[in-house]
Design a protein around this ligand. Structure first.
Ligand code: ZN
Length: 66
C-alpha cells in the first residue's frame, strides 16, 4: 500500500475507518464500468474506499485501493 501524504502539509496521512453512526461502512457504487484503477470494478459493484486523515490539518481523503 502506498504512503499517502497530505497535499497541504506534506505529512503522512493516517489510515482511518469511516463508518456511519449505525456502524455500517461506506461503499462506493458504480452504475457502469469505469476506467483506470476503477476498471477493476464492474457495473453495479461496490468497493470500500480507504480513508486517510491528516494529523496536522484534519483533511480527510478517501482512496480506492486494489
Ligand atoms: Zn494536512
Amino acid at each position: 500500500m502506498a504512503t499517502r501524504r497530505c497535499p497541504d502539509c506534506g505529512v503522512t496521512l493516517e489510515e482511518m475507518t469511516m463508518r456511519t453512526s449505525d456502524g455500517f461502512e461506506l461503499h462506493l457504487v458504480t452504475d457502469e464500468p469505469k476506467k483506470g484503477i476503477l476498471g477493476s470494478l464492474g457495473a453495479k459493484e461496490k468497493v470500500k474506499p480507504t480513508a486517510y486523515a491528516c494529523p496536522e490539518c484534519g483533511l480527510v481523503r478517501q482512496y480506492v485501493e486494489e
